[in-house]
Design a protein around this ligand. Structure first.
Ligand code: HEC
Length: 141
């Protein structure tokens, strides 16, 4: 093989590799998302098909689901918004919710500390982490 052919081959392999990495970054990485979800959401949310509620509602099949429809005792603030202006958990709404739940729904229980549930959630700052989390949430079905 001529040196030019070898170089072309190496270039082609590099381009494919980079495209693959770029695609994953753009789409989110569900494997990383799973770890993030276990660390950041698991204390309050069940993410398995057993559909158990914890401090928060179960997240199985959450992607594409209308907000506030599972059998869970939502806060008045959450419930009122979901009834008055129903919305779906699509990418845009998950993004808004995960950056800062209070900015989306002031008074939500997700960001509140109570005696029974002293843990609260105040948002995921990294856009990359949010994308990976959403990729994982999509896979819960
Ligand atoms: C401190 C406990 C807690 C943590 C941590 C937490 N949540 Fe929540 N989550 C809640 C509570 C409580 C609600 C219900 C909110 C309400 O009633 O105001 C909720 C609601 C939700 C909903 C709405 C579900 C529905 O059926 O409409 C989604 C989606 C959600 N959380 C995703 C997440 C994700 C993803 C994470 C991790 C990045 C997370 N939550 C971390 C407590 C938590």
């Amino acid at each position: 093989m001529k040196i030019a052919h070898v170089l072309t081959l190496i270039m082609a392999i590099l381009v494919l590799l980079l495209a693959g990495i770029g695609y994953k970054r753009f789409m989110g990485d569900a494997v990383v998302g799973k770890r993030l979800a276990e660390n950041n959401c698991g204390v309050c949310h069940d993410m398995t098909s057993t559909r158990k509620n914890g401090k928060g509602p179960y997240l199985w099949e959450v992607y594409g689901r209308p907000a506030g429809v599972v059998d869970f005792h939502f806060s008045a603030a959450f419930h009122n918004l979901a009834v008055e202006k129903p919305f779906l958990w699509d990418e845009a709404n998950l993004e808004r919710w995960l950056i800062n739940p209070v900015a989306f729904i002031p008074q939500t229980n997700m960001a509140k500390q109570t005696k029974d549930h002293p843990v609260s959630f105040d948002g995921i700052q990294s856009a990359e982490n949010r994308r990976d989390l959403t990729a994982y949430l999509k896979s819960l079905r």
